[in-house]
Design a protein around this ligand. Structure first.
Ligand code: PEP
Ligand code: MG
Length: 325
């Protein structure tokens, strides 16, 4: 098995019936590029920039951020790099940025909510990103978007930073794509409206499942409710994919589920375009996709969304299907 995977390192990701899908990698720092290349990722689907803030003793300067983003963009040689703006809060804290004491940090002051409030921090990051965009194919993604108004405000601030760079005669990619994570149920439900305004979606199942099931993703007492194949989650995902495609936009997934062997046949059947995962999962998933024929999948998806009542039933459904193929 491992020998077959190794042969797929430089291969495109194609299904048995010849359809191409994109497998991308999740990274936390420029150092992760080594694993990304060793495993043949076609893109970076999630660069979690909060590590830049967490590994620093103070707010990282525009220059420090610019250097890190440029290194990743140049390292990918023109392949797409989706950079997510700072996702601090929840369980991630910064010693130099005191956050309020909260009863429910995962429902509190976090990610884009901090960025829209602390625009000094947000604008510095956007400016570093825009300057780096001259060196590769950058896409910017906002985390934890709940409302269309939040997206418009974030995009408006990005536009203002673009205008400043233009006035200063500094190069950047004026056509870079701007998208959002779909990880709050409100955004998933309203995906048809969001799809008119964004360039792409990336579904964050780690948080989307926690918020949909109302079960803390780090609490072992409720870990049985982390149910990626629950029909409720699958229906939300399908709505997001269909809504994006209706408006001609692409949609990816960067939560753990994107590299899950049970989830992948269902996501392929729903037409998800991009699968972003830890680099060590890439060759396994590329091999799995190679053995699947998308013509066989609509029936599987129908069963999983409309007939099955549980996560466990769907795990069995997909495992039996894959074993027969
Ligand atoms: C997610 O929520 O699925 C995600 C990819 O973001 P993070 O795990 O960083 O919250
Ligand atoms: Mg998340």
């Amino acid at each position: 098995e491992k020998a077959e995977w190794a042969k797929l390192k430089d291969a495109a990701t194609v299904t048995a019936d010849g359809k191409h899908f994109e497998i991308a990698a999740n990274i936390g720092t420029p150092k992760d590029l080594v694993g990304v290349k060793a495993n043949g990722a076609e893109a970076i689907g999630l660069y979690r920039t909060e590590f830049l803030y967490m590994d620093s003793a103070e707010l990282p300067s525009e220059e420090d951020q610019f250097a890190a983003y440029k290194e990743v963009l140049e390292g990918m040689n023109g392949k797409p790099v989706v950079v997510r703006t700072m996702d601090i809060g929840g369980d991630k804290h910064l010693p130099y940025l005191p956050l309020p004491e909260e009863m429910n940090p995962f429902l509190g002051y976090r990610a884009i909510r901090i960025s829209l409030d602390r625009q000094d921090i947000f604008r510095t990051q956007l400016r570093a990103l825009l300057r780096a965009s001259a060196f590769g194919k950058l896409r910017i993604m906002f985390p934890m978007i709940a409302t269309v108004q939040e997206f418009r405000q974030a995009k408006g601030i990005l536009q203002e930073e673009m205008d400043k760079l233009t006035a200063e005669n500094i190069q950047f990619d004026a056509n870079l794509e701007v998208g959002i994570m779909i990880e709050i149920p409100a955004a998933a439900v309203l995906a048809d409206q969001f799809a008119k305004e964004v360039d792409f979606f990336s579904i964050g199942t780690n948080d989307l499942i926690q918020y949909t099931m109302a079960a803390d993703r780090g609490n072992e007492h409720v870990s049985y409710l982390y149910q990626p194949y629950n029909p409720s989650i699958l229906r939300l995902i399908k709505h997001v994919i269909d809504s994006a495609h209706q408006e001609g936009k692409w949609v990816g997934m960067c939560g753990e589920a994107a590299g899950d062997s049970v989830m992948v046949p269902l996501l392929l059947g729903m037409g998800l375009d991009e699968y972003s995962m830890s680099a060590t999962s890439i060759l396994r998933v590329r091999s799995l996709m190679k053995h699947l024929d998308t013509n066989d999948l609509p029936d599987l998806v129908h069963q999983a969304l409309n007939v099955s009542l549980s996560n466990a039933d769907n795990a069995k459904l997909v495992n039996d299907f894959v074993a027969k193929n």
